[in-house]
Design a protein around this ligand. Structure first.
Ligand code: PLP
Length: 385
């Protein structure tokens, strides 16, 4: 084996999302590919983080996070998620939800364990499972509302199945799992003694008066559910790298050990800023977030409809999969490049979220843009009519 050979890297390839971002910069286009929230950071979050630096929050925190943040999260999860969370034993603050998910996979999975994920999937979930040498088992969600067949789920379970990944609201589908679907998945997990890893990073982006439901709040599910989330999206601080995993103490200690090993801790003053944001921002902030993103969704989906790129209307998160089969090209990549060249708007090719050739039909747009950028994007997309 040569020095440069690495099995782990071979499975990853370059992220399609980053590749499109690069192509977009070269074309001087509007980047609707990456889920970077361009909207503003709540001023209180910034102010408190700055003050934290002045006040000396500049050294390592506890490996599982600053007390203020663990307590703020536990309190918030009690009232919003209906979860009972002990801030001393159940929380690991990590380097974003990404770091949290990685520590969960490193801490709780062994090589060869099978982990079920639903397609369309978030690429990092797939890649992280592969990176820890576990085996992703992919189940396709069906129809225009991406519904789940429990028969499909039951069918793939083997003696090696260890966990099911649920992402609600989902990226890229915008699917918000119904309580009935979550209960169905929960019953399967209980019957076969499986973990559920839920990624709830878009928990505050839920539209049409629907409610976000946390798997861990369902009866009997707190012990086997690992809840991953964070404020990267809610506070538009994707660059701060603060996220968390919440689990029963015995799992939390394993996740925390991995977090300590890889990150030592998350950035101290930024943890403080997030903690104060959670404490200080009231219901009006979260309501306005939902309302403004629902407006962006409605507006952007209408444009997609008008230009004949039928959108699957997302119920949550801030992405939309558009049907691009009528455009020139045979792959999602060719069609995304066509969209970029013709309109100057970048989207992610469907291949990033599907196995085989299913991704050829779709590109994904992120509508987490300022209203001004959205105006320009909507105008430019008219050239695809
Ligand atoms: C489903 C999902 N989970 C996690 C993340 C990353 O979150 P963080 O920035 O907190 O690592 C993203 C970002 O796009 C996402 O879409």
């Amino acid at each position: 084996m040569s020095l440069g050979e690495n099995q782990r890297l071979a499975g990853l390839g370059q992220s399609e999302i980053r590749a499109m971002t690069l192509a977009c910069t070269q074309a001087n286009g509007i980047n609707m590919a990456q889920g970077v929230c361009d909207t503003g950071v709540p001023p209180v979050v910034i102010d408190e983080a700055k003050q934290a630096m002045d006040q000396g929050f500049n050294t390592y925190t506890r490996f599982d996070g600053l007390t203020e943040l663990r307590e703020a999260l536990a309190q918030r999860m009690r009232t919003f998620n209906y979860m009972t969370v002990n801030p001393e034993t159940d929380v690991t603050v990590s380097a974003g939800a990404t770091g949290a998910f990685h520590c969960v996979c490193m801490g709780l999975l062994q090589p060869g364990d099978e982990v079920i994920i639903f397609e369309p999937y978030y690429g990092y979930h797939l890649s992280t499972i592969l990176a820890v040498e576990a085996v992703p088992i992919i189940i396709s969600l069906r129809g225009s509302d991406w519904s789940l067949s429990l028969d499909d789920l039951e069918r793939v379970i083997t003696g090696r199945t260890k966990a099911i990944v649920v992402n609600t609201p989902g990226n890229p589908s915008g699917k918000v799992f119904t309580t009935q679907e979550l209960e169905g998945i929960a019953a399967v997990a209980r019957q076969h003694d499986l973990f559920i890893f839920t990624d709830e990073i878009y928990e505050y982006f839920v539209y049409d008066n629907q409610e976000h439901v946390s798997m861990a709040a369902l009866p009997g599910m707190a012990d086997r559910t690992i809840t991953i989330s964070g404020y990267s999206k809610t506070f538009s601080i994707t660059g701060w790298r603060i996220g968390h995993a919440v689990a029963a103490p015995r799992w939390s200690s394993m996740i925390g050990a991995m977090n300590d090993l890889v990150y030592v801790c998350a950035p101290a003053p930024l943890q403080y800023g997030v903690a104060m944001g959670i404490q200080i921002l009231d219901a009006a902030f979260y309501q306005e977030l939902r309302r403004s993103f629902q407006r962006k969704r409605d507006r952007f989906c209408q444009v997609l409809q008008d230009i004949g790129l039928s959108p699957t209307i997302p119920q949550g998160a801030y992405y939309v999969l558009a049907d691009v089969r009528r455009l020139s090209g045979t792959t999602g990549k060719e069609r995304a490049m066509y969209v970029l060249e013709k309109s100057g708007v970048a989207a992610v090719p469907g291949e990033a979220f599907f196995q085989g050739d299913k991704g050829a039909s779709y590109v994904r747009f992120s509508f987490a843009k300022t209203d001004e950028d959205l105006d320009v994007a909507c105008e430019r997309l008219q050239s695809l009519r």
